[in-house]
Design a protein around this ligand. Structure first.
Ligand SMILES: *Cc1c(COP(=O)(O)O)cnc(C)c1O
Length: 381
């Protein structure tokens, strides 16, 4: 199979069409060895020495993700947080970083706490406003601009191409947390990004049964090698079995993500103007502030994530979540099952989530069932 000649959905379904050479197996095996035999002359012609550095079970999922993101290299990590923090730890103490105020809360918490104590100089900005990013970068001093789009938990949009231009003009690189978009909807490297990050725990795996992360680079350069060294020497490597399971999940990515998008769009439209809903946060609504930019840089849908603001405030919102039956009250996102969560209480202090807001991760169930379940939960007392 020559992946370049097929559409991404075809390439993903067959995981690049790789066939196991020894067995002619259609699906890959798992190679759990931690160490590899040296040649008699003391060399490692296989190219592999020890599995913290080189794990053959990573090759296929990394190559597939790299293909889907148009990268020059990909690396799996033990979690999305391990992937993200490896980018920051590949910087040097004193380096200046611009990051969004609205972003995955645990990473924001780590940046303002640990990473700041470690020595990074971090400015958080409203990244839905390109001018705010431009004001925050310091030419020559800023090394990294980090964005997330659509951004947790209000799904605001950052213009990737404009952010890349701003970062590059200042001599910095642009990294994009593209977990919510997935490579199905957005290919950030084609838009100018230098690094793409995924919590593979979410859409890439898609079944809420693997914790994993991934990075893809636009260039195999010194910074990428430094990131790889953080993974190898910091030891943030994914388990072999998890890598295998992740590849299995990725094969259905192009069926799951469009299904989640269709459900989310239908739910967002249905609840817009609903008499018990204060507001719907979803970039697929023409009224959403970032809709035009989202339409430009996302294709095939606006993601499976949306948030609903419930009339009656925090207690009413928590009450609605309490009464859902099909929607499961749980954190996380990107799985085949729909999840609902009151984010303000989950995130605690400094959360950008309004108190009356429920975050919804739309799975692949029937959208009418999901709507009916929310309706009964909104109406019941
Ligand atoms: C879940 C998530 C992360 C962190 O990933 P883990 O796999 O949980 O470590 C980072 N960014 C986004 C947008 C996420 O949803």
């Amino acid at each position: 199979m020559e992946p370049q000649s097929f559409k991404p959905a075809s390439v993903a379904a067959q995981a690049l069409g790789w066939i196991d050479e020894k067995t002619r197996a259609i699906s890959p095996g798992i190679q759990p060895a931690t160490t590899y035999l040296r040649d008699e002359d003391n060399q490692f012609r296989s190219g592999r020495v020890y599995a913290r550095a080189d794990n053959p079970t990573f090759d296929q999922p990394e190559a597939l993700l790299n293909h889907l993101e148009h990268g020059a290299g990909a690396a799996l990590f033990s979690s999305g947080m391990a992937a993200a923090t490896s980018v920051f730890l590949a910087l040097k103490p004193g380096d200046h970083v611009v990051a969004p105020k609205v972003m995955y809360w645990a990473l924001r918490h780590w940046l303002t706490g640990y990473a700041t104590e470690w020595g990074l100089k971090i400015d958080l900005v409203d990244a839905s406003d390109s001018a705010a990013i431009a004001r925050a970068v310091q030419p020559g001093r800023t090394k990294l601009v980090w964005i997330e789009t659509p951004a947790n938990p209000t799904w605001v949009i950052t213009d990737i191409a404009v952010a890349a231009e701003i970062a590059h003009r200042a001599g910095a690189i642009l990294a994009v947390d593209s977990t919510t978009a997935s490579p199905v909807l957005t290919q950030s490297i084609a838009l100018g990004a230098d690094i793409v990050m995924h919590s593979a725990t979410k859409y890439l795996n898609g079944h809420s049964d693997v914790i994993a992360g991934a990075l893809v680079t636009a260039k195999d350069n010194a910074f990428w090698q430094r990131i790889k060294s953080v993974r190898k020497n910091g030891g943030a490597v994914l388990g072999t079995f998890e890598a295998w399971l992740l590849l299995r999940g990725m094969r259905t990515l192009f069926v799951r993500v469009p299904a989640a998008c269709r459900g989310a769009q239908k739910i967002a439209e249905y609840f817009s103007g609903h008499d018990r809903i204060e507001g719907v946060l979803y970039p697929g609504l023409p009224s959403a502030p970032g809709h035009a930019i989202a339409a430009k840089q996302m294709s095939g849908g606006f993601g499976g994530m949306l948030s609903l603001r419930i009339k009656g405030g925090e207690a009413a919102a928590i009450g609605v979540a309490a009464r859902t039956q099909l929607w499961k009250r749980a954190t996380s996102l990107g799985g085949v099952e729909s999840l609902i969560e009151h984010r303000a209480s989950a995130e605690g202090a400094n959360s950008p989530a309004p108190a009356d807001m429920l975050r919804l991760s739309v799975g692949i169930e029937d959208a009418d069932d999901l709507i009916a379940d929310l309706e009964q939960a909104l109406v019941a007392k």
